[in-house]
Ligand binder design. Structure first.
Ligand code: M6R
Length: 606
């Protein structure tokens, strides 16, 4: 949700900043800009819309400087046009800022500054920061930023440059910010992915940190100027992992990475003897009476699958909440409640705030997270990394299936520790889990993918879709519909199949594509009845079935055949097929699947 970058060193700042912005453009593509400190002052270039527009304009210009900052925008205040793109500058152009977050008291500040004679050029909340810092500037940039920030309410990561200083000042409160430590150069970015081509030595800034960045040093203090020790850590993601490679899109690459990713996630939890889930958690299983799971979007859907897994394997009561609802619903929590926060980025503001609320209420907390060093990994009591590697496509794919595997491991671990899962059942489930990467690889074979593409082409012009599933695959239906709508911009709705007769069935008519998850499960007969109900109303059934299934197959208009796995693991395999369906419908409609409109990868505003 907005990406900010900064650079000070010996390279061409324009090139470095453009490259870094390209790597985090998934955080927003409503505008892009950069500011470079040159011998004559600070030059600002910005443009509404995707980064490519700005990059094209800059090709024709020579801008020489070795210090600068940049921004890629996800619009909150003001249209996605040139004026509202960042960076924003003070009227005299000496102070420039890029900001990620929302300044909640910006109206008051703007009115006051306007009354003092400041002229504003944009509709954004962020522009007040440039004017405020200019107002407080007395020759010390860090001092001016500190003074300005004490007047600000809201969330921010800001990066600031001044025409007369060979340094960058940056600060964070809520919104993420990472320093990249180089040799004779320093980098800043909202996301570690932007830093990977230059350095893997990083410093994750914390709330209330302010940093002064020079080519040879970085000094972190709090807003009162007291030093804070922030030694660098080394991240183990490689720059290549964040490249498209031979694939046309990041999403397709990430879909096809799933067998390898899942093998990594599973290897982390199935060490040791056959059938034993071993997790490096300092949680005492006997101290957990109930579990609450929080997440947003796809991570929330993973939580819904997790509810089935934990209740079935560990017999512990589970509640699942959309994170943005959890924090305001006065949840009932005590010290025997474990709250699990699921998040790919580890930065989603709704989930982070819900996690903080759970801690405040006295819960033990566990993060199921992908991005190393992200805010949630530092704030949760315990962390289970999902090891999916960088996920760049806005639509979550490999992180989702890795989250499902992590939840499965957790449920198995808890079930074994509580004596609920027998050794024989644990051995059988572990064997199925170990085999899962192979099953997913089989689900991705070229003939199966081609069949999904054919189905996508057949229904691409449908005005709406319905997704149905039951039991552990009811959340799979929700996830299938979310993938399709976020990528193709076509309306899609999902229901637990048994709910259809209580209302949604009235939307079924001739030609409505209805995707039914009918892979093997204890409720398959009931799912088959639901398919008949759709057919009786002339809906077109696209059924996900297992290889060799004949009954469900005989009722469907189109079939997506998938290899078998245990019912509790089937949401992983089904997710892969539904990702491909959404991918191909969206591609055939000419959508930008990596950067769907109106969306950002990491949502760091409320
Ligand atoms: O980084 P997170 O997992 O916390 O993100 C949560 C959601 O914003 C995210 O899963 C979103 O729903 C995806 N774009 C869906 O594909």
């Amino acid at each position: 949700m907005c990406g900010i970058v900064g650079y000070v060193g010996y390279r061409d700042a324009k090139e470095v900043l453009l490259e870094k912005l390209a790597r985090i453009e998934y955080r927003g593509h409503d505008g892009a800009g950069l500011a470079i400190r040159t011998v004559t002052g600070i030059e600002v270039y910005k443009k509404g819309g995707p980064l490519a527009g700005l990059a094209r304009e800059l090709e024709l210009r020579s801008v020489r400087g070795m210090l600068g900052l940049g921004h890629t925008r996800w619009a909150t205040h003001g249209a996605p046009d040139d004026r509202n793109a960042h960076p924003h500058a003070s009227e005299d152009g000496t102070v420039v800022i890029s900001h990620n977050g929302i300044i909640e008291n910006y109206r008051l500040l703007k009115e006051r500054l306007a009354a003092q004679g400041h002229a504003f050029r944009s509709e954004t909340d962020s522009e007040v920061l440039a004017h405020l810092i200019k107002e407080r500037y007395r020759g010390d940039l860090a001092g001016a930023v500190r003074a300005a920030l004490t007047e600000v309410r809201g969330a921010y990561a800001i990066v600031v440059a001044h025409a007369e200083h060979e340094e960058i000042v940056a600060a964070r409160s809520v919104s993420p910010l990472v320093i990249g430590v180089g040799d004779g150069e320093m980098f800043l970015a909202s996301d570690v992915l932007a830093l990977l081509p230059y350095t893997r030595r990083v410093v994750f800034l914390e709330d209330g940190d302010l940093v002064v960045l020079r080519s040879q040093s970085y000094d972190v203090t709090d807003l009162g100027g007291r030093p804070r020790a922030r030694p660098p850590t080394v991240v183990d993601w490689s720059a290549e992992a964040a490249e498209k490679g031979d694939c046309d899109t990041f999403m397709l690459k990430e879909i096809h990475e799933q067998p390898r990713v899942l093998a990594q996630t599973i290897a982390g939890g199935l060490r040791g003897g056959a059938g034993e889930a071993r997790l490096d958690l300092r949680l005492d299983p006997s101290s957990i009476d109930r579990v609450q799971i929080i997440g947003c979007g796809t991570a929330y859907h993973a939580g819904l699958v997790g509810e089935h897994l934990i209740e079935r394997l560990a017999r512990v009561q589970v509640e699942v909440d959309i994170a943005s609802e959890y924090r305001y619903r006065q949840p009932i929590v005590d010290e025997r409640t474990l709250v699990i926060a699921i998040s790919q980025s580890g930065e989603t503001m709704d989930t982070l705030e819900a996690l903080r609320e759970a801690k405040r209420l006295g819960a033990k907390t566990l993060g199921i997270i992908n991005v190393q060093g992200s805010s949630m990994t530092r704030e949760a009591h315990e962390v289970l990394y999902v090891h999916a590697g960088p996920e760049i496509g806005v639509a979550s794919t490999k992180a989702y299936t890795a989250q499902l595997c992590a939840l499965f491991l957790f449920a198995l671990w808890l079930g074994q520790a509580r004596g609920v899962v027998s050794a024989a059942r644990a051995a059988q489930l572990s064997a199925e889990l170990r085999d899962l990467p192979r099953v997913v690889d089989e689900a991705l074979d070229a003939a199966r993918v081609a069949e999904i593409e054919r189905i996508a082409a057949k229904y691409r012009d449908a005005r709406g879709w319905l997704f149905l599933g039951r039991g552990v695959n009811a959340p799979s239906a929700l996830e299938g519909a979310l993938k399709l709508k976020e990528l193709s911009y076509v309306y899609a709705e999902a229901h637990a199949a048994g709910e259809m007769k209580h209302g949604p069935i009235s939307i079924v008519d001739e030609g409505l594509p209805v995707v039914v998850i009918a892979t093997e499960c204890s409720l398959l007969e009931k799912v088959l009845s639901n398919i008949q109900e759709v057919r009786a109303r002339s809906g077109r059934v696209i059924a996900l079935v297992n290889d060799g299934d004949t009954e469900a197959a005989s009722y469907a208009d189109d079939l997506i055949r998938l290899p078998r796995t245990d019912e509790l693991l089937s949401p992983v395999v089904n997710a892969v097929a539904l990702q491909l369906l959404a991918y191909h419908v969206a591609s055939l409609l000419g959508r930008d699947v990596d950067k769907p409109r109106n969306l950002a990868k990491s949502v760091t505003v409320e």
